[in-house]
Every structure is written in structure tokens, then in C-alpha cells.
Design a protein around this ligand. Sequence first.
Ligand code: AMP
Ligand code: MG
Length: 417
Amino acid sequence: MNGGTLAYEEALRIVLDASARMPKQDCATSACLGRVLAEPVVSHVELPPFDNSAMDGFALSGDSSAVPAGSELTIEGEQAAGDGVSHAREGAWEIMTGARMPDGLDRVIPVEQTERTGNAQCIKLLADVESGQNVRRAGSDVGRGETILAAGTALAPQHLMLLAALGIPKVSVATRPRVAVLCTGRELVDDPATPLAAGQIRNSNGPYLVARLPLSGAEVVYAETVGDDATAFESALRRALEAGAQIVVTTGAVSMGRYDFVPQALENIGATTLFHKVAIRPGKPLLFAQLPNKALLFGLPGNPIAVAVGLRFFIEPALRVMLGLPPEAPRRIPLVASYSKKPRLRFHLKTRLHIDAEGRLGAEILGGQESYRIRPLADANAWAIVPADIDALPKGALVDVYGPSHFEFPLPCESVA
Ligand code: AMP
Ligand code: MG
């Protein structure tokens, strides 16, 4: 502790300890994008489900040695994708990509490596054909009984492709934590069509949180904006809990101003404040509490970048625990320029990752780090962390970098000269 201010690591530990694993539920595979597997997925079938041709060509039989170039074979049948079991004895079967291999045939020669002889029912091979050549074996992609996806996998489209290919209709996933978003501030205007009166601003934190929380694995069940009024806040909180919120995220009114009523309001309703103020920038007045019904409340300061940092570095780690995701490890990436800051606070910096002309990855700490400045956040593709006890870093120093989302770390795709 430092004058009542917790180090980030201590504060995070309190958050993680208060975060309980969600129960699991079945989810239709068609609706499981973005959900986190609660149990591993095991395939009970093989992929491909049957031996099939990798090419358009001719399926042949033979022994362990190659059927030699120059051989002439009679065309005995045709097998297209979707055709069922066929029994072949010998000769050649015209076959299409993906068609089931006729029983008795074990190799395929591509059509380009054959020519028709004078007899329309005959082909001549222009290359040797080995046993198994151009055949996709049953089970060569996924074997029966194989674990294909581990518990804790955040399901992305490529996972859905695999589940679909295997015909897995449902999976066991972590229930999504239910979250409410309450924005405070009498200056806030929600409706973008309403002109601003003098002194008013538009609510940007609310739309950010409502857009982002589902991408972090949560379900937003309630959102409301209230003025700087403890009574209105307390009734909004009640509505949020009635909507089933297990996490309440508030923005604004946790600092030292005259209208920063959230700490007092929480005390009034019997909440337990687990900490208030963390040695970070931005977002130092962050508050974390447990409500009488055990729901968690994150009281984020109102500045938009404090909200983004509170979500990224407190709420999302809590969601990871609740969803059964493994802890996140930062990447260590060199700074493209020196950086200095004041000591004693851990800084979370809007950062852009670049690949330079030599292919080297670097982190550029963007200008405009003030917590009210939203535009550099839109330019950022990562967060760089400079620990509390460090005040200067030379160009090339390795810094901890986190991706913009806890589900994935974007590889920077643009180059700078
Ligand atoms: P507060 O933490 O309530 O003192 O607010 C800090 C700053 O953030 C003030 O400049 C507020 O006007 C601004 N602010 C508070 N809430 C929001 C919001 N929902 N959207 C945009 N700015 C906000
Ligand atoms: Mg305020």
C-alpha cells in the first residue's frame, strides 16, 4: 500500500480471488462462436470419414509396387463425389475429387498424367502410380477418439469449421458472465441525435463497454446512464441486479470531486469495498467492491481511457477466470523510441505495433496519452506497460505488450518504412 493506493499486482490478485468460475452449459455449435469450451471436445468419428480421391483422375488397383508408366487399362466405371460404395475388381475407374474410393482400388492417377488410347474405353498411364498415391485416407485428418479442442479454447470460425466437419451438434461451454453497465454524469447525453447543450458531452464510455464486453466473453444484460445523484444511482443498481447482473461496471464518480458519490452510495447499500485507488495511470481512482448479493462491482473513473484500461487490465482478467481461460502472458517487444515517465505509477500506454522495412517488430508509444484522448486509442493496436518502478526506457528496450483484446493478439499487418 502507498497512501491507501494498491500496487496493480495486489489489486489484480484481489480481483482474481473474488472471481469464481462460471458453471458450464450446452451450446449449439451453430451458436458457439466466441464462447469458451468448458470441456475438451473428443471426436467419435474419423475425418475424412472414408478413403477418397484427392484428384480428378483414375482410380487403380495394384500391389505394393508401382503400376508402371505405359500401362494400358480399361475404364470399368465412374465414381463421383457423393456416390456410395462401389465394388471394383481391376482396371481403372474414372474418379472425381472427394469421391469415395471404390472398394478394391488403392491409388489415383491425375487425369493430366493419362491419355486416351485409340479405344475410347481405355487409358494409358504417363507416370508410375504408387500404392496410396492421391488417396486421402479415412481418419488421416482426425482419428476416432482424438481430442480435437482443449477446454479453455475461445471458439473462433476455424474451430467451428472443424466441429461442423465432424458433425458435432453441441459443445459444453462456460456460461457467460452477466454484466450491467451504469454510466454516471449529469453532463452525459446518450442519444447521438440530441444536440448538446452548453457543458454537455456525449456518452462514449457506455457504447464502448456495451460493444466490447460481449467480445470479452460477457453478456450485457443491462445498461443505463444516470446523473450525479446517489439515489438515482442506487435505483439503477437495483435494476441492474434485477436484470441478473453478476458484474456491474460503473463509469465516473469515483474520484475526489464533490459529485463523486459512488463510494458513499456503495457504503449506503452495504457493499464491501475491496479496494479503491490503484497505482496505475490512467485510472488511478478505480474501485472494486462486492455487493451484498455477491455480485462484483468495478467502479471505473469516467475518463474514456481509464475505462478502456479498467476493462482491459481488471475486468477482462476477471472474465478470463470466470470463463476458464488461462492467464494471459504479455509479449516482450522492443520500443521504437526512448520513453520516460514519472515513477510510482504503472503506465498503460496506447501503442502501435509496426514491422519495419527489415522485418523487425517494434512498439511505438503513441502521442496523446492523456486519459481524455480517445482518438489515439482508435489508432492503437496494443497496450504497452511500463512498470511503476521504472522511469526511463531507452530505444530498443523490451516492454510488455498486450493485444487490444484478451481473446487474440493481433499480428501487425502494416509496414512502416
Ligand atoms: P469523473 O470520473 O466522473 O470525474 O469523470 C472524469 C471525466 O470523464 C470527465 O471529464 C467526464 O466528463 C468524463 N466522462 C465521464 N463519463 C463519461 C462517459 N460516459 N463518456 C465520456 N466521458 C465521460
Ligand atoms: Mg462524473
